[in-house]
Design a protein around this ligand. Structure first.
Ligand code: DGY
Length: 322
């Protein structure tokens, strides 16, 4: 029996690509250049399973062809705001993502950004590299203490809970949160967390960390009006999706000192960075590295493999979205 044809949109860790080659008639993306919409349409018309990632907009247009051969989309990544699930379902496709395996690493990056922004780690490193350091002194680069402060989580799902574990049990932080779909009372009690409205979280937090999904419902959830509710020393951390935050409002608040700082791993319009961020010494900026540990990126690929295997065995993939 011939092997199913699988097309992968970007370069994956070589351990996972080796498994793909063994199991499938696979078309890899050796040069790692992102696929255009037309190339994705062509892929869907010429494979049994297509494996895009979070930067590939598999939208209604891409899924509109009447010659779609693919039956499965095994997306590499947990977020799925790049996928039009309704259009995929209408086209008869099964779609899966890769939850759980990137929870810890994304929370690690969020915590790293929080500490870096609070303790001026990026700024301090630039200071040193620029040859500006004249020595220790009592008032040099004083910053905000992290331990014991209040962390506000917008969204209290898996990644936020992993962040709360580090922040509460490691740094003695008080946890408050807002989530329209809160976790069980048992989880809430574990952190002694208090549920509030988004506005109350913004008003009461020393640090606000975003962990909500992207998409229409959360677009610019953090806008000028809400940023103005934050305390002047407060720090905003975003490791979720860039378009949850209004770039212009955040840049203005960082420049005017309306808030204390920001730690950002994701950006509206990424990978294009609004140059306004570069002028903000009080912002720590990373190029979407949340899940970028070797172990996690391999585990994400293996999770796609697990979903493909189930699908081609006629079973329901573990991470089926539709
Ligand atoms: C995801 O998986 O959604 C992250 O943004 C990238 O790992």
């Amino acid at each position: 029996m011939s092997k199913p044809k699988v097309i992968v949109s970007r370069k994956w860790p070589e351990e996972v690509e080796a498994q793909l080659k063994e199991l499938y008639d696979v078309q890899l993306n050796e040069n790692d250049i992102p696929m255009t919409a037309d190339e994705m349409k062509h892929a869907l018309a010429n494979c049994d399973a297509f494996c895009p990632t979070v930067t590939d907009a598999v939208n209604a247009d891409v899924l509109s062809g009447d010659n779609i051969r693919a039956k499965m989309i095994g997306s590499y990544g947990v977020g799925y705001n790049h996928l039009d699930l309704d259009a995929a379902k209408a086209a008869g496709l099964t779609v899966s993502n890769t939850p759980e395996v990137l929870t810890d690493c994304t929370a690690d990056i969020a915590m790293g950004l929080l500490i870096s922004a609070a303790r001026r780690i990026g700024e301090g490193e630039r200071h040193l590299r620029n040859g500006e350091w004249t020595g220790w002194r009592p008032t040099h680069m004083m910053a905000n203490k992290v331990t014991g402060k209040t962390l506000g989580l917008i969204g209290f799902g898996r990644i936020a809970q992993a962040m709360a574990t580090k922040a509460h049990f490691g740094f003695g932080m008080k946890i408050i949160f807002s989530d329209p779909y809160p976790p069980s009372q048992e989880v809430i009690n574990k952190f002694g967390a208090t549920q509030m409205s988004v506005e109350e979280v913004l008003q009461q937090s020393d640090f606000v960390s975003l962990h909500c999904p992207g998409g229409k419902e959360t677009y610019h959830l953090i806008n000028e009006e809400r940023i103005n509710m934050m305390q002047s020393h407060a720090i905003l951390v975003n490791s979720a999706r860039g378009d949850v935050v209004d770039n212009q409002a955040l840049i203005a608040a960082l420049k005017s000192g309306k808030i204390g700082g920001a730690g950002l791993d994701v950006f509206e319009g990424e990978p294009k960075l609004d140059p306004g961020f570069l002028d903000c010494e009080n912002a720590v900026l990373l190029p979407h590295l949340g899940s970028a540990s070797i172990e996690t990126r391999i585990a994400m690929g293996e999770r796609v493999l697990e979903n493909l295997k189930a699908f081609f065995n006629g079973e329901i993939p573990r991470d089926k979205l539709v």
